[in-house]
Design a protein around this ligand. Structure first.
Ligand code: CIZ
Length: 328
């Protein structure tokens, strides 16, 4: 059955048929999602990159770190995780007693796919005294081979905690790794992975926007392909949650935002009095966009798609995650 057919079957006989008016289907889906959340004792967690309609029904919006922490604290029995697969895996590993659902199982991560466990084993064998640090954008199977995990919020702090004499093997994001290397001055070897959405942000376009909006502050995500060239020009290099908090404390009225365009919705909703310009309209994550309001509704109706991690892998993969969570 399609979402519309299911909605039809849920209607009281007195309700009129059809969803012809713009927004009517979404309004009904939202109403039913709120009902289903109560029936299922479910909570909806939405990543900052999710579309506005999903953020509207979420109990909490944030970055992967904030979402993981919220998953750990909630009393809900079911977590509908509106984000990409590695994020839902993290929630499933941290909350093994809860049912974690994702609206679309194919919502993956191109960056996470740029490294597999065997490649870590081979790299580690070449640097036996090294510590392997992974960005949170990795599969559970990859995390299981790593020593520490970081997010774009806490990377500097975690790296600075590691013994200074140890070489660090950083996977998979080359640009975040370059940023951490420049900031911490540690001996960091870099894997050459990248996020295609952030790679769409080009220095020339940023230069043009800065000329057009001279009063605007330029906030850049460290995954940006332009990090290495623009790093010194950015007013701030921040994670998505870092950007939301920074805008709150800044007196500026205009911002150029260099990250996935989904964050613009959260910024515009939270700070309607300020103006935000995307550094590229093309910086969209097609995986994040696989999750839609319709699929979120279906996930709660059918209790699908359950995200589970093999217990042997989970036992090893939570170690780098827990080490990170204990440090910050
Ligand atoms: O940690 C996250 O959620 C990601 C992937 C980016 C960010 O900065 O929020």
């Amino acid at each position: 059955m399609t979402p519309v057919e299911i909605l039809e079957s849920m209607k009281a006989p007195s309700q009129t048929n059809g969803y012809s008016k713009p927004g009517q289907l979404h309004a009904l889906l939202k109403q039913k999602i709120f009902q289903l959340k109560q029936e299922r004792q479910a909570i909806i967690l939405a990543h900052n990159y999710q579309e506005g309609a999903i953020q509207d029904v979420a109990d909490f919006c944030g970055d992967s770190l904030g979402l993981a922490r919220t998953a750990q604290k909630t009393d809900a029995k079911v977590i509908l995780f509106c984000g990409v697969h590695f994020m839902a895996e993290t929630a499933a590993m941290l909350c093994p007693e809860k049912t974690v659902l994702i609206p679309d199982l194919a919502a993956g991560c191109s960056l996470a796919d740029m490294i597999i466990p065997e490649q870590i084993k081979t790299w580690r064998a070449k640097h036996p005294d090294g510590l392997v640090v992974c960005y949170v954008n990795t599969s559970a199977a990859v995390k299981a081979e790593c020593d520490y995990c970081v997010t774009s919020t806490n990377g500097i702090k975690v790296i600075e905690h590691l013994p200074a004499e140890k070489p660090i093997l950083f996977v998979p994001d080359y640009y975040l790794g370059s940023y951490l290397k420049a900031k911490t001055k540690r001996n960091i070897h870099l894997w050459k992975g990248y996020c295609p959405a952030h790679a769409a942000i080009l220095p020339e376009k940023v230069d043009q926007l800065r000329e057009e909006h001279p009063q605007a502050e330029f906030l850049m995500h460290p995954e940006c392909g332009c990090t290495t060239k623009q790093m010194n020009l950015a007013d701030q290099v921040l994670s998505t949650e870092g950007m939301v908090q920074y805008v709150n404390r800044s007196s500026s009225k205009e911002f150029i935002i260099a990250t996935e365009t989904g964050l613009l919705n959260r910024l515009r909703t939270q700070y309607p009095e300020k103006d935000f310009y995307p550094a590229s309209e093309h910086a969209t994550c097609h995986h994040m966009q696989r999750n839609t309001l319709e699929k979120a509704f279906m996930a709660l109706v059918k209790m699908e798609h359950i995200v589970k991690v093999d217990p042997e892998i989970a036992a090893r993969a939570v170690v780098p995650i827990q080490r990170m969570l204990e440090l910050i």
